[in-house]
Design a protein around this ligand. Structure first.
Ligand code: PEP
Ligand code: MG
Length: 591
């Protein structure tokens, strides 16, 4: 009989296929004692297994498809770095020698100690790092036991078109699955901001996460439908349901293919309002994707990646050289550099050790608060941004503002730097726009105050939703409340846009909401004129913009601010998709 299971929608699209269940951590590890003459051979066996694991990951890394967010390569690099760490070689080798036990048991002891240490941590993000330890150790175990790799890691396997169901998947798993033609995935844990989900979105692989106990209900080889728009998995579908989804699936494929022609079309609504569509980027390699989709520039450059996987802060020249290279790649298009937003979900390893003690890092010393506390982190970055402004249209953006004092402090530092540069004859753009992110409810409510002292505002909805609804954005237990349509969230968004408009200050949005086609008309209706998003979704957003009657969208959007029940919101979304659209043929409307 047909059944449906509800999880969290993490990657859009529909997939239909047979299930393959991936079981992890099922390798049986036993302890045995070694004779004295066996000890060095056992150490060698351990080191060979670790080095094979590195080789396997290197292989995975070389198969990352072009256009994949660099976070994914960085994530695999983290696993390779872990394998380089003494924790996975010297320490188990020491245990093998001291206790004369087998390599598997020595690695298991080390894994247990590391996992226990991570579990003790208060910080939810760091707690999830224990999964990295498990992934890395499992690979070493497999190699030690000469166990075949999981099916998705084997070449020539018949995974094409299948749906993977697992407790959890690492981004490296997803890369391989993509290579084998897997059509979708379901995981029991995880949520939209997990690395695997980010990768799935850029690969266009439909996925549902946080579906607790999925493996209890879904059987190996049965047919399921994954609805990555709604976060639903349908098991044992009858012919009627299958047909219905297959029609939706092929309509969506045709639609996405048809959007390629929009690259050079300006983003103008049916009634003539020009809308700015910008890209969110992380590294210089991302710029190729930006040109392919016809983005107008960069609306958010997340500089945190410059700080990751290293022991010291980047110095002024390192910042400057990176920005300079990016300005060159942009060829005169606007470049919005966000100052470091470290802390909470964006830890930077050893550069932020004192934050690890925080009970609640999302409410702690992060982003601009940390920057103001640590001049050796902040000043080199600001000096580099000011220098870079001489070479192209740079805009500087401050994250996580909660009080106007923070703006004033940053501006004081900028003034000091500019004075020094003027004295020393170092070139810079004296009119470089300085903007701020509105992602704390207090800042949204007082957006008029910020608009008076900043050149532009940008709504960071990923955090704004987290703080407005009081849920941790990386906790899948409460992700059902992570709702951009919550009227409380929408009123904050609307108030910010209105405040910007009254002050004549541009308001953009660079959170994930800006790149979600379900909300484009609503945001247009609320008056948003600048969107910044993952490049892959830009053509679809442009299509919607160019097929929108702004006036109708504005009327319907106002009703959203009071729509407290789900049915009402669905009805309003339907109205936006029909009444505010110039052409609903071929357009995928998300109910
Ligand atoms: C946001 O919070 O919406 C945002 C764009 O910033 P980040 O996701 O980097 O915190
Ligand atoms: Mg944010």
């Amino acid at each position: 009989m047909t059944f449906s299971l509800h999880g969290v929608a993490v990657s859009r699209g529909i997939a239909v296929g047979h299930v393959h269940i991936v079981e992890r951590n099922q390798l049986e590890i036993t302890e045995f004692a070694l004779g004295e003459d066996e000890v060095e051979g056992e150490v060698e066996r351990l080191l060979a297994a670790v080095s094979l694991a590195k080789h396997q990951l290197r292989e995975v890394r070389t198969h990352i498809p072009p256009g994949t967010p660099n976070e994914i390569a960085a994530f695999i690099d983290t696993h390779m770095l872990m394998l380089d760490d003494a924790a996975f070689s010297d320490e188990p080798a020491r245990v093998i020698r001291n206790q004369r036990i087998n390599a598997e048991w020595a690695v298991k002891l080390q894994r247990d100690a590391l996992v226990a240490a991570f579990e003790e941590m208060d910080d939810p993000y760091l707690r999830t790092r224990k999964d990295d330890v498990e992934h890395v150790v499992e690979r070493i175990f497999r190699n030690l036991l000469r166990h075949p790799p999981p099916r998705h890691e084997l070449p020539d396997q018949k995974l094409r078109g299948m749906i993977i169901v697992a407790r959890d998947l690492a981004p490296s798993d997803l890369v391989l699955m993509h290579r084998h033609g897997v059509s979708g995935f379901v995981t029991e844990v995880g949520g939209p901001t997990a690395h695997t989900s980010i990768l799935a979105r850029s690969l266009g692989m439909p996925g549902v996460a946080g579906l607790h106990h999925a493996r209890r209900y879904i059987q190996e080889d049965e047919t399921v439908i994954i609805d990555g728009d709604e976060g639903v998995v349908i098991g044992a579908p009858d012919t009627r349901i299958l047909n219905e989804y297959q029609v939706r699936q092929s309509a969506r494929r045709d639609y996405v293919a048809s959007l390629q022609v929009l690259r050079d079309t300006p983003a103008v609504t049916a009634d003539g309002r020009r809308i700015g569509l910008y890209a969110n980027v992380e590294l210089v390699e991302d710029f190729a994707a930006l040109h392919e989709v016809g983005a107008e520039g960069v609306g958010l450059y997340r500089t945190e990646f410059l700080f990751m996987n290293r022991a010291t802060y980047p110095d002024e020249d390192e910042h400057f050289n990176t920005y300079r290279q990016m300005i060159g790649a942009l060829g005169g298009a606007p470049f919005t550099i966000r100052t470091a937003d470290l802390g909470a979900d964006k830890m930077a390893g050893s550069v932020t050790p004192h934050m690890l003690a925080a009970d609640n890092p999302a409410l702690g010393l992060r982003a601009v608060r940390l920057c103001l506390r640590e001049p050796s982190l902040f000043w080199p970055q600001l000096r580099a941004i000011v220098r870079a402004s001489a070479f192209g249209p740079v805009r500087m953006m401050i994250p996580m503002l909660s009080s106007i004092d923070e703006v004033r402090q940053v501006k004081d530092i900028l003034a000091t730097i500019r004075n020094e540069f003027t004295r020393r004859g170092i070139a810079f753009d004296a009119n470089m726009p300085v903007g701020g992110m509105i992602e704390v409810p207090a800042a949204a409510i007082c957006a008029d105050v910020f608009a008076k002292e900043l050149d532009f505002l940008s709504l960071g909805t990923n955090d704004l939703i987290q703080y407005a609804v009081a849920i941790d954005r990386v906790n899948d237990e409460v992700s059902y409340l992570y709702d951009p349509l919550n009227p409380g969230v929408l009123r904050l968004v609307a108030a910010t846009i209105a405040a910007g408009r009254a002050a004549g200050v541009a308001v953009a949005m660079c959170g994930e909401m800006a790149g979600d086609p379900r909300y484009t008309r609503l945001l247009l209706g609320l008056g948003l004129t600048e969107f910044s998003m993952q490049p892959a979704v830009l053509p679809e957003i442009k299509h919607i913009v160019t097929h929108t009657h702004l006036r109708q969208a504005e009327e319907i959007a106002q009703d959203f601010l009071f729509a407290t029940d789900l049915e009402r919101r669905r009805e309003l979304l339907r109205r936006l998709a029909t009444e505010a659209s110039t052409d609903d043929a071929g357009e995928i409307v998300q109910p």
